[in-house]
Design a protein around this ligand. Sequence first.
Ligand code: SF4
Length: 691
Amino acid sequence: MTVTAERAAVRTHCPYCALQCGMTVRGTEIAPRSFPANGGGLCQKGWTAGSLLTSPARLTTPMIRTGGELRPASWDEALAFIVARVTGIRAEHGADAVAVFGGGGLTNEKAYLLGKFARVALRTSQVDYNGRFCMSSAAAAGTRAFGVDRGLPFPLTDLAGADAVLLAGSNPAETMPPFVQHLRRARDAAGLIVVDPRRTPTAELASVHLAPAPGTDLALALGILHALVADGLVKKSYVDTRTTGFDAMWRIAARWWPERVERVTGVAAADQRRVAAKLASARNAYVLTARGTEQHASGTDTVGAWINLALALGLPGGEGSGFGCLTGQGNGQGGREHGQKADQLPGYRGIDDPAAREHVAGVWGVDPADLPGPGRSAYELLDALGTGGGPRALFVFGSNVVVSAPRAAHVADRLAALDLLVVADVVASETALCADVVLPVTQWAEEEGTMTSLEGRVLLRRRAIEPPPGVRTDLEVLSGLAERLGQPAGRFPADAETVFTELRAASKGGVADYSGITYDRLRKEEPLYWPVPSPDHPGTPRLFLDRFGHPDGRARFVPVDHIGPAEPPDAEFPLQAITGRVLQHYQSGAQTRLVPELTEVVPEAYVEVHPDTAARAGLAEGDQATVTSRRGAVTAVVRCVPSMRVDVVFLPFHFPGEGRANLITNPALDPTSRMPEFKVCAVSLSGSGGA
Ligand code: SF4
């Protein structure tokens, strides 16, 4: 790494989560800066992000697997090797034999160029990304109800005016601590309501903590909604003028009165009524959801149930009120807008829409008929690798599926069955270590690019330092590969601003319209929330104030019913496992496990259990435990937590090897979003000798 000569403090944003806290980088020194999302705060991950820039684990040389070992190679050799293998595989098995897997942490430019690379340079339909694992149910539910999916359709600073906020399946006090400052008024007004099976740090802050059994929060939302209707608290004028579908929705919710919901969820009927009354009496209220509601086989409907509640309260599109979803990955919002999803083209357009295909093909300079159709969703794609009819080669950018995908051992087996695995990464992640070719790429502060935060605000991440010699940007990699695959020079630009200019054209007229956003405007830090349909447009901080995105301008109540977890507990697997994040680590941990200050605090996999549950398994604090499901077993250190439900264990998913929480998770998919059920599966607990 070479630090720029002047060592100026460069204004940029954190490399990790979707809050995209403002920070400055001077050399490798990090400092927070005043920015609305973080108000001058950073969490431990942000403060220590400078360690990523000097990590000795950094990859700086391409590698090719030869005789079972990865050996250094030149860029020319590595790219030529890839192109020769891809060309052979396509000739033998067809274009869909080559697949591409992206990530929700990639910049908008990378997400855009990756989708274009798949569909134009490779002509494959087999492209999807890890955002399918963490935001797709919210996206599907938001689109269904509102006609537009933007995580927070309002600036998150609006939350500071709320006297009631219901957080369902969200733990921001641990995952994005600076966010909590926006909840101060709700906390002061005793209006912070947290729905979570665990007593998380966020639940500790709450006035009301509802702890439903895992996988039952859809029923809980129905119970609160039922109480609202039964007690005459529905905002009828709003329902009549701004929504459709109430009656069909109510035909199901009418059967879920609070006492019945109490039997399913364990949440007292009186508490359900208390929450309904609190939300209805608030002057300004919000309902917010996150992964806890989404990562279920019925995740889309679960988010939909909370949206129904918010609509009955008259919140979405109101002044100082609303419904939103807290996105997790750094570019979780932008990552789903620019065409790296199996079913989407840039501008948040559907790939089956003839007008969308025509428009995007025009920007790309190709025949719309040559654009592939929809491909497999993320888990289905991984599950098909190396099978008859499945992809034989895979490119992975910005993802570590060996740790982060459900049923992780099976996914590793599928990777091993490939003829070619190419991984572009900053460090030797667990997935990179399985690759045939590893390509070392630049990271956040070494490159320029845009991100779209959880509130739909587009931000510029500036280059603060020069990258180490030998690494290339992902854009340079895609550009170089495309040219070697026969694409005309210039069709795949490697410069971020040039790619963004093309992205703007591709997004024009789409739901997520970036056409009026320029790097110059972003350099001035104009608060540009999409859509921004022209260069003189100020952006759209608040959506839905006058109308929702459906043709009739109304939001949709959607009838949803409680189903419960795909894998209920039984005699063999009597407990339920929840997976999630901890303060010190981010996603698969590939970055944060390299930061000494963070690993000092949380160095290894652990399992949180109630002391009685541990004792029944013959375990005590600090013991090595084995958590076993139908798909595998995780080894983790026991942490006894008296606030845990006795029927639940919790595992963070940031750790590799035998501590991988995703060795046990269930890939049961939501039928609409194709999101796996990470949040609950049936398990047993035993000493490390096994069940
Ligand atoms: Fe902010 Fe998230 Fe970075 Fe923490 S990880 S500093 S909350 S952007």
